[in-house]
Ligand binder design. Sequence first.
Ligand code: OAD
Length: 228
Amino acid sequence: MNIVILTGAGISAESGLATFRASDGLWEEHRIEDVATPQAFRRNPVLVHEFYNQRRAKARLARPNAAHQALARLGADPRHRVTLVTQNVDDLHERGGSTGVIHMHGGLETGLCAACGHRWEAPAIMGPYDRCPACARQATRPDIVWFGEIPYHMEEIAAALEQADLFAAVGTSGNVYPAAGFVELAAAAGARTVELNLDASARTSVFDEARRGPATQVVPQWVDELVG
Ligand code: OAD
C-alpha cells in the first residue's frame, strides 16, 4: 500500500518540544511575526537566530518517542511504500529510525547561505555574522521555511499524494497551508484519510476517520494494525 504520512508539532510534544498553537505554545512567548517571516529576519536577524538557536538546543536534548519509533517501524515494512512528510524542524523522526524524511518546513540541523544557497551542518549557535563556508559572505540564515516562503520538496510531495492509498495526519492543527490541504489532495487521488491527534483540528471534518489521543498511544496502535 502507498501510505503518505504528514506529521506536525504534536508528534514531538511528548518528547518535550512545545507545539505552536497550544496555550503554552511557542508563538505566545514569541509573536510569530517577530521570528518566522523574512521581514522579521531582515528587521532583527539576531533575535531570529536566537529563537532558532534555543529551539535547536531543546531539540538536541529531546529524545524520539514511541510515535516516532512506530512510524519508523511502518516505514521499514516491505509491504508498504511509506512517504513521511513532516512540518517539524526537529530531527526526531530520523533519530527514531526513519529514513528519507521529507522536511517541508526545513530543519534546525542545517545552516543556509541566503547569498549562494549553500547548506552546511548547523553548529549549536548560529548568527547573522557567521561566514558561509562556501562563499564566505555573511548571509547565514536558519534553514527554515518562513511564512510567505515556499515549502521545500512540493513536487515530490504532490507526486506521493497522487499515488496515495492511505493518508494520515499526525499531531498537526491544520492551520498552515499548503500542508493543511494535503488531505484533500490525497482524497481526490482516492486515498482513505485518517487523522491522529490529541483533539479536533481545523480540518477534522474532511478526514474519513479521526482517532483522538496522545501520539505515543494512538500512533503505535495504528501502526500495529497496518504492520500486524
Ligand atoms: P500546532 O501547534 O499548530 O498543532 C499541534 C497539534 O498537535 C494540535 O492540534 C494539538 O492538539 C496536537 N497535539 C498536541 N499534543 C499532542 C500529542 N501529545 N499527541 C498528538 N497530538 C498532539 O503545530 P503544527 O500543526 O505542526 O511552521 O504547525 C504547523 C506549522 O505552523 C509549523 O510547522 C510551523 C508553524 O508555524 C513553520 O515554522 C514554518
